[in-house]
Design a protein around this ligand. Structure first.
Ligand code: H79
Length: 423
């Protein structure tokens, strides 16, 4: 899906203000699929590990057996939340129910849930919600609203239910809506429901679910993947960068693992910390949020590489927080040396490629009283305005080898430079 200005025009019934300011979210894909992690009966399945039930056409009766082995003894909700906080994430979105239909919380609606069907017997969502509340972290739930391979009347399972005449509304009434109600009434404030794709829902079906969410929590955001231009904020396609700049609530989502959202032992390639940072800058310089995904391991911990790499990013994010949280996108088109975020009266230059001649110029028409400094140290940078360009004289090397942020403060407006922000 290519995002355009019109598609950003979602219904927005909830208060979205916090969302574009938060900038960074941690996405967690956790469920029974973490156990096979891409391997079923000695066969390796490439790509998205959380789709293994479909890829291997696993009958429900067999897939359910995974629950008897699901026992993440190393899971510690406080550790997850404190890690997210340390890495600069302002919200967490966890799979409450993915396409396999398994609830990661105690559900009265279906026995196929973490408390009733596993030896773990603990409500992981409850523990996470409590830890989020304690540490001031917002929490949202991914809920696969149409695809549910455990249910005959939902979308997607064509191997257990062949030639079956579906009654989708029955599934909505008997599982989807009651489970959403549980999520919205038992776990405190829910920041958002991350609906995902699947069936092409009718407008009436999309509206019905958005209204259902708002009936219980009017300020809970709903994602645009509910379909039909509904939802409170725009979420992009999986692993796709934003192409337009916007101040509205919108979000890109990327996996640390190149391919898989759920933990995979088949797909091993991870984005490097440098690549993660570039994704982050490309996203926030368009004004969008970034939802970064980790697929926790069966025992309930994150991969060491994810801990290492997100800590590297987090350290940089914390040092440069002013240029990130509450920022808006860049008023400029592509720049050769890096990316820009902005705030009223300030531009933040995220310099990835240090200029070889140690000079950096940007068009800044008529801003005579602009000042440039390094964000982290506050050290002033010599600058001069000529030919409607602000030219900075930089030291020989970057103070931060990962990415150096330069703050330019100015009076007035920069409306004379090319503007591409959609209001
Ligand atoms: O939750 C994550 C994914 O599981 C979900 N969205 C993100 C956030 C998602 N929905 N759709 N897709 C991903 C596209 C999946 C396509 C594939 Fe396949 C599944 C490729 C391989 C398995 C389609 C079905 C092509 C082969 C089987």
């Amino acid at each position: 899906m290519q995002l355009n200005a019109q598609q950003l025009n979602t219904t927005q019934k909830a208060d979205t203000k916090w969302f574009p300011e938060a900038k960074l979210g941690l996405f967690l894909h956790y469920g029974l699929y973490a156990l096979p992690a891409g391997v079923w009966k000695d066969k390796e399945y490439k790509g998205v590990a959380e789709w293994i039930q479909l890829q291997a056409k696993i009958p429900i009766s067999e897939y359910e057996q995974l629950a008897t082995q699901f026992n993440p003894q190393k899971f510690n909700a406080n550790e997850w939340v404190l890690f997210a906080k340390e890495c600069g994430f302002k919200y967490i979105v966890i799979t409450a129910k993915h396409h396999d239909g398994f609830a990661m919380y105690k559900s009265e609606v279906s026995k196929f849930n973490i408390v009733d069907a596993t030896p773990f017997k603990r409500d992981l969502i409850q523990e996470l919600a409590d830890a989020c509340k304690k540490h001031g972290m917002k929490l949202g739930f991914y809920y696969s609203q149409s695809r549910d391979w455990h249910e005959a009347d939902a979308e997607g399972n064509v191997w257990d239910f062949k030639d079956y005449q579906k009654n989708f509304q029955k599934y909505l009434d008997e599982k989807c809506k009651p489970q959403l109600q549980e999520l919205l009434t038992k776990y405190g404030d829910v920041a958002l429901i991350w609906f995902d794709g699947g069936r092409n829902m009718s407008d009436a079906e999309s509206t019905q679910l958005v209204n259902w969410v708002h009936k219980f929590q009017p300020n809970c955001l709903t994602s645009s993947r509910i379909g039909n231009g509904r939802g409170d904020y725009e979420t992009l396609s999986d692993n796709k960068l934003p192409t337009v700049t916007s101040d509205l609530a919108y979000e890109a989502l990327f996996t640390h693992n190149f391919k898989s959202w759920g933990y995979s032992t088949v797909e091993k390639k991870l984005r490097t910390s440098q690549e993660l940072l570039e994704v982050l800058l490309k996203t926030i310089s368009k004004g969008a949020n970034l939802l970064f995904n980790i697929g926790p391991k069966p025992e309930g911990v994150f991969q060491e590489e994810s801990i290492r790499d997100f800590r590297i990013i987090g350290k940089w994010v914390n040092a440069n927080a002013e240029a990130i949280y509450g920022s808006k996108g860049s008023p400029y088109q592509e720049l050769p040396w890096g990316y820009i975020t902005s705030k009223p009266g300030a531009l933040y230059l995220h310099v990835l490629k240090w200029p070889v001649d140690h000079k950096l110029s940007i068009p800044l028409n008529g801003q005579q009283d602009s000042k440039a400094s390094f964000l982290v140290s506050g050290k002033k940078i010599k600058s001069k305005i000529s030919d409607q360009n602000l030219t900075l004289s930089l030291p020989a090397g970057p103070p931060d080898t990962l990415c150096t942020v330069i703050k330019i403060s100015y009076r007035g407006s920069i409306s004379t430079v090319e503007q591409q922000i959609i209001k």
